[in-house]
Design a protein around this ligand. Structure first.
Ligand SMILES: [Zn+2]
Ligand SMILES: [Zn+2]
Length: 346
């Protein structure tokens, strides 16, 4: 029997869930961002300015949905004022009426002040606190965000200079970025952070994979080095409503991409089947079991003679989870999330 990994019903909505505007250090206004993403075929945009929660739902239209949220961070402060490692988290409001920030630190309110808020006046839950760069403090920040009604995503580990020795202790995220376009374009950080995702999966963390722009738009949108339109999520949902999109995110009904499309994904009789969009040259299965007996490694791939359309891989009893990537002729990738065998009943 077929078990669909992306629901057969509903439709895909293209989404950038990490974006900065003039509310913090971005160059484009929220309205200009809405117009630009809508004109590029997107249906969903979350403007996640640094440490300030703003309601942009007035910019939503019948064919475009604004999701509210903000980006929170915790820096490892050095004695001379520099900082080295840092942890950036995106808080996506599960309800459009959620306004309260969590675990507000007076050291991190620069952009709230820019927008006329005094720290003690910010809508928030809890007292003002001092965040510390350690797993305990970061996990408390995540736990309070989840309790307040946010989905918490973990952003750009390589740009943050974090390794599994840090993020391996973080608890409470529903997803992490496997691709962050802004840090790749601006700072040349690695093509993707999928290796960090694998490390989390090896630890047994059931989290999803996101690709986002993290755009600040310091160069014009039509400039080749623009940080917009390079990382997105295709969310399969019943309809374009706040509730429906959030539910799809919670269920993991989406994939992340730098360009290639995944049209269909299901398992049947111990095999996983993927149908991809145009110009895909390679496809890979990534998992954590290898079996000489069953003739498959922990990393299986196919390369198309021409372009691939349908690919199939065997799943093994020994697999705890698997995820897939498809690569187009320019090396751009699409990433499924990980699927854990015990959750699929196989
Ligand atoms: Zn960030
Ligand atoms: Zn950001």
């Amino acid at each position: 029997m077929k078990k669909y990994l992306l629901p057969p019903e509903g439709r895909f909505f293209k989404a950038n869930l990490h974006c900065h505007s003039t509310v913090s250090d971005g160059r484009l206004s929220p309205e200009a961002l809405r117009d630009a993403y809508r004109a590029h075929g997107y249906s969903v945009l979350a403007i996640t300015d640094h440490e300030i929660m703003m309601d942009h739902s007035d910019l939503s239209t019948d064919d475009f949905l604004m999701i509210n949220g903000y980006e929170a961070y915790v820096k490892e402060n050095m004695d001379d004022g520099r900082y080295m490692r840092t942890c950036h988290l995106n808080f996506i409001a599960r309800r459009p009426d959620l306004k309260e920030m969590v675990y507000v630190d007076p050291d991190y309110v620069k952009y709230s002040q820019k927008n006329g808020f005094r720290p003690e006046e910010l809508p928030r839950v809890g007292e003002l606190v001092k965040r510390r760069y350690n797993a305990r403090s970061i996990n408390r920040l995540m736990a309070e965000a989840v309790k307040a009604g946010y989905l918490v995503a973990y952003n750009h580990p390589s740009w943050s200079l974090e390794t599994v020795q840090e993020y391996g202790f973080y608890e409470g995220m529903y997803a992490m970025e496997v691709y962050n376009h802004g840090t790749c374009v601006d700072a040349g950080f690695p093509g993707d952070d999928a290796r960090d995702y694998d490390r989390m999966l090896h630890l047994g963390r059931k989290i999803y994979a996101l690709a986002n722009d993290d755009n600040h738009n310091k160069v014009p949108l039509d400039d080749p080095s623009s940080d917009s339109f390079g990382g997105f999520n295709m969310i399969k949902a019943e309809k374009l409503s706040y509730e429906s999109i959030i539910q799809a995110l919670e269920r993991g009904d989406f994939y992340a991409s730098q360009g290639p499309e995944i049209l269909d994904l299901y398992v049947e009789d111990g095999k996983v089947h993927l149908t991809c969009g145009e110009r895909v040259k390679q496809a890979f299965l990534k998992c954590d079991a290898r079996s000489k007996r069953q003739g498959r490694s922990c990393h299986a791939g196919v390369v198309g003679e021409g372009y691939l359309t349908d690919v199939t891989f065997d799943l093994l009893e020994e697999d705890q989870y698997f995820r897939m990537e498809v690569w187009d002729e320019n090396g751009r990738k699409a990433f499924t999330r990980a699927y854990f065998m015990e959750d699929l009943g196989i």
